[in-house]
Design a protein around this ligand. Sequence first.
Ligand SMILES: C[S@@+](CC[C@H](N)C(=O)[O-])C[C@H]1O[C@@H](n2cnc3c(N)ncnc32)[C@H](O)[C@@H]1O
Length: 185
Amino acid sequence: MEDMSYWKEVWERKGNGNTNSLEELDGYEDTTADVKEIARQIVEQMDIKETDKILEVACGAGGLAQYIKCGEYVGVDYSSSLVKRHIELLNNSVLHGEANDLIFKDKTFDKVICFGAFHYFPNHEYSKQAIAELKRVAKEAIFIGDLPVTSHRKEHLLYDKKDFGEWEVIDGYYNPSRFNVYLKL
Ligand SMILES: C[S@@+](CC[C@H](N)C(=O)[O-])C[C@H]1O[C@@H](n2cnc3c(N)ncnc32)[C@H](O)[C@@H]1O
């Protein structure tokens, strides 16, 4: 799946939907995901403190962000409609941008999260660039979540746990065909 525009258009449309449910805007409506519980597990895994400066890459409308309490939160997403909804609904600091080209200086954030987005990337080269960017802007830790090993959608980019050698691999939080990875820097 090399075409960048397919998922981009899906997420652009999503943000124009007439719901104010953050979970629905972020595409969780047809899944078994308990987003509040997922956020609790990420906060615990990363030991997110109320003083931490957090970046969420591919933050959507804030489905996850609404449950993350920290010192400072910044989100980035490539869907301008979802960025707009996120700002309207949660009043967070959210920028429009691509996961593989972050505008921040090196080590700007204590901890960096990217949940539920890597399967929408166009190819593995893009994923490598995104991982390099997450590492560049993070000081302490990175969490990448919801990576599919298999999927019912042919448009999803798939991942192999073996490719995350230096990372701690964690079982999926709600879907057994997905996994999470965590890296302490
Ligand atoms: C399933 S939603 C997850 C949103 C949020 N992380 C959450 O868990 O509530 C996936 C998000 O990834 C964003 N996304 C997908 N590919 C992206 C990319 N290459 N760069 C930035 N954002 C991207 C979409 O616009 C969408 O908001």
